[in-house]
Design a binder for this molecule. Structure first.
Ligand code: ATP
Length: 223
């Protein structure tokens, strides 16, 4: 019997969000539109593996995400990786979400840079069995042409969003939306050098960051 999904696909957008910026938000919004996601869950990593420790605390990064997505009804904050503690392994998060949502289509949304690093993720081969994977092109990063990811692409790629809505997991979708050349690294650099991040991030987040002195160079903070 063909699979008939009871509910529209749910998107998951994880990240360090150190800090959240308009590249994250626009990408997540375009994923929601293109894949007709009922909702996109923003899932800040508490303790992200494979990168240096974030510049500010997980709680601060989460509060910035909360403020950033506040006015978009299709976006929601999911704080499970902070509540769970330990390393923020995506496979554990997806496993929990799969258990909560039965056979609803789940879509792990990634930028191309994150996708290219997938083989280094904990139990990475399980990810595509738990969710679909949707990948946004990002300036400076090319799709894989060889190795395990190229194999994954060959086996699972779909050009049609309807394929993702029609099954719980397992397809891979590439998406070339508006490609904003913007990164949290660049935002940290702007903030640390005392420049103004206006129009690179939501105004509410900009105000919180400036008011708290988060990301200021040590010694530059008031107090
Ligand atoms: P950093 O510069 O600190 O590495 P980042 O800007 O890449 O940070 P992350 O929080 O590491 O942000 O990324 C979370 C997710 O958002 C990843 O899947 C990443 O690929 C994606 N992403 C971040 N910025 C963009 C962008 N400008 N366009 C598309 N995807 C993006």
């Amino acid at each position: 019997m063909p699979y008939s999904p009871a509910q529209a696909p749910l998107g998951m957008f994880g990240g360090t969000f150190d800090p959240i910026h308009n590249g994250h938000l626009r990408t997540a919004f375009e994923f929601a539109e293109r894949l007709d996601l009922e909702r996109v869950l923003f899932i800040p990593a508490a303790d992200p593996p494979h990168r240096p420790p974030p510049r500010v605390t997980a709680r601060q990064r989460l509060e910035f995400v909360r403020a950033a997505i506040d006015d978009e009804p299709r976006f929601a904050l999911d704080d499970r990786e902070l509540r769970r503690g330990g390393r923020s392994y995506t496979v554990l998060t997806l496993g929990e979400l799969r258990a909560e949502h039965g056979d609803r289509p789940l879509v792990l949304c990634l930028g191309m840079d994150a996708f290219l690093g997938l083989p280094f993720w904990h139990r990475w081969e399980e990810l595509a069995t738990l969710a679909h994977i949707a990948v946004a092109h990002r300036p400076g990063f090319q799709p894989p042409v060889e190795g395990p990811l190229a194999k994954l692409v060959a086996e699972r790629r779909s050009e049609d969003p309807a394929d993702l809505a029609a099954s719980p997991a397992g397809r891979l979708f590439f998406f070339a939306g508006t490609q904003l050349e913007l990164s949290a690294t660049e935002l940290r650099d702007v903030l640390e050098s005392g420049r103004d991040p206006r129009y690179l991030m939501p105004e509410a987040v900009r105000r919180m960051i400036l008011a708290t002195g988060a990301y200021a160079r040590p010694g530059d903070q008031e107090g």
